[in-house]
Structures are given as structure tokens and as C-alpha cells.
Design a protein around this ligand. Sequence first.
Ligand SMILES: NC(=O)c1ccc[n+]([C@@H]2O[C@H](COP(=O)([O-])OP(=O)(O)OC[C@H]3O[C@@H](n4cnc5c(N)ncnc54)[C@H](OP(=O)(O)O)[C@@H]3O)[C@@H](O)[C@H]2O)c1
Length: 290
Amino acid sequence: MKERTKVTLITGCSSGIGYELMRLFDRPGYHVVATALPSSYKALIDDPATRSERISVRALDIADYKSASTLVDEIHDSIGPIDLLINNAGISYRSTVEDMTIDDEQRQMQVNYLGPMHLIRCCLPSMRQRRSGHIINVSSVGGMMAMPTMASYSASKFALEGASESLWYELKPWKIKVTLVRPGFINSLAFTKVLYSKKREQGLASPEYEQHYRNMTRFVETIMKRALATSEDVAQRIFRISQKKRPPLRAAGTIDAFLFYYLRRILPRFLYHKLLYCSLPGVKRWGPGK
Ligand SMILES: NC(=O)c1ccc[n+]([C@@H]2O[C@H](COP(=O)([O-])OP(=O)(O)OC[C@H]3O[C@@H](n4cnc5c(N)ncnc54)[C@H](OP(=O)(O)O)[C@@H]3O)[C@@H](O)[C@H]2O)c1
């Protein structure tokens, strides 16, 4: 029997992992619906990579829940029911907890957690009816271990991880698969898109945290520039996972993610936190000093 074309909805395709995923799934047997923020939509539709007849580009702000519902209905009617949903779009705040505002916290959660959850809810009735489907949520090493100045980002990915674990149990009776992919550090320009809290942008952030920001920013940028893994590598990993008959609930997206996972599992918790704290760059100069 000829297999039906798999309708694959991927969010955040204007750059990075999403862009590479869109290109990878552009192959016989798939129809990709690649979404981009309304502000990036034109650039994506003008990109030669999206000229393929197997790619449809749509504008979507994942935090606009009503538009997300409308989009899923439109895809269902004009292309077909969604077989594979890849929640890839994400943003990352670099801020201490004290410098975040409620608006910043909400934005972080809307894009990385509430939006993806809403999109899942939109896709589920049809997936359950067909007793098939695969949901892949792009998490992060930050969804397993938290770092200073990244509390809100980690909280959003921890939330995504918790909900995906529940979903895995809930959807098993319908044979719908759920996978979390955790990339570690990627050699990409994603660090240039880091967001700062409103307080910091308005110059109202607490100066006491200056060393936290300075050292963490330098540290993350250096590691990302030196990282061996690329967005394309992570996209390939996700593609391979999507091909598996029995995909895992959790999968490392890069080698360092795999190593961090074992480090956290093997070391006693008190030792792990102590070691991590001592390895933070310039940590002796953080805060009030000695
Ligand atoms: N890069 C890393 O080192 C790393 C590590 C671990 C996990 N991850 C995760 O991997 C995923 C992809 O990240 P990436 O590295 O490919 O970063 P990226 O290049 O910044 O891609 C993120 C994508 O999400 C889109 N986006 C942002 N806000 C959105 C919204 N409200 N609605 C819809 N789309 C939105 C962006 O659109 P615009 O370009 O228009 O802003 C962009 O296309 C994210 O979930 C991220 O948390 C990345």
C-alpha cells in the first residue's frame, strides 16, 4: 500500500535548527509546513530553499494562540492532517531572577512552553482519531540543568519536559509518540538573539549582578563559538529520531548534552552543584566579593 505523504509542521524555520529541519524534510514522502514569525515571513518565503513544492511557508507567532488554532485548521483543510509536529521555535532570556519582570517571564513561557502546548492541543484530536502521530519538542540541556542568568529559560524548558513526560503516558494508548530532543551548545548565531529583561534594557537592573552577566555572557558565547555541533547536526539527529518506529521520550541532541546527562546522573547532587558552582567563570568576583 502506498504511504500517505507525511504532513510535518515545524515552528521557527527562519533560522538555525528550524531552517535546517525544513530543508532536511524537503524530500519525497513529506510535506513541510514551515512557520516563521510574521516579521521573518517575507525573508523565508523569498529564500530559494522554500521554492520546493513540498514546502509551504506560513506566518505564525507561537504566542498568538488564536492564530495557531486557525493555522492548524487551515493546514488540515488545505494540505491534510498533521502527522509530525516539531515544536522548535524558542527564545532565551539572559537575566538573573531579580532582574526579570512579570512581562518578561510571561513572554519566555508563552514562546517556549504555553505556545507549544497549545499547538499540541490543536493537533491532538486528529492524531487521536487516526491513532498515529509524533510530537517532537525541542528542549535543551537547560531543560535538565539550570545555570545562573538563565533561570527563566530553564524554567520554560523544565516545564516543557514535565508536560512532555505526562503526554508520553497520556498518548500511548493512541500510539502517538512524544519525544524531547535536548541540544547542548551549538555553533550558531543563536547567542546574538538573547533577550534582556525590560529592567536591564531601561538601565534599572541591579548593578550588583554585573559580574554575573559579564562572565556568563562571555562564557556562553565562547563555548558556542567553539562548539563542534551545528544546527544542521541537530536537525539531522531530529530527522533520524522521526524515522524510528519506537523513538525515545528523551534524546540528547548533541554529544555534550549526552555527557551532561550522565554527569548529572552519576554525581551525588551536592557534589554536582558544588563542582558546577566552582567552575563558573570568575565566580569569586561575583556579588559582594570577599
Ligand atoms: N542554539 C543553541 O545552542 C540551543 C541549545 C539548546 C536548545 N536550543 C533550542 O533549539 C530551538 C531552536 O533554536 P536555534 O538554536 O535554532 O535558535 P534560533 O536560530 O534563534 O531559532 C529560533 C527560531 O524561533 C523563532 N521564534 C522566536 N520567537 C518566536 C515566536 N514567538 N513564534 C514563532 N517563532 C518564534 C525565531 O524566529 P526569528 O528568527 O524571526 O526571531 C527562529 O526562527 C529553540 O527551542 C532553542 O531553545 C538551542
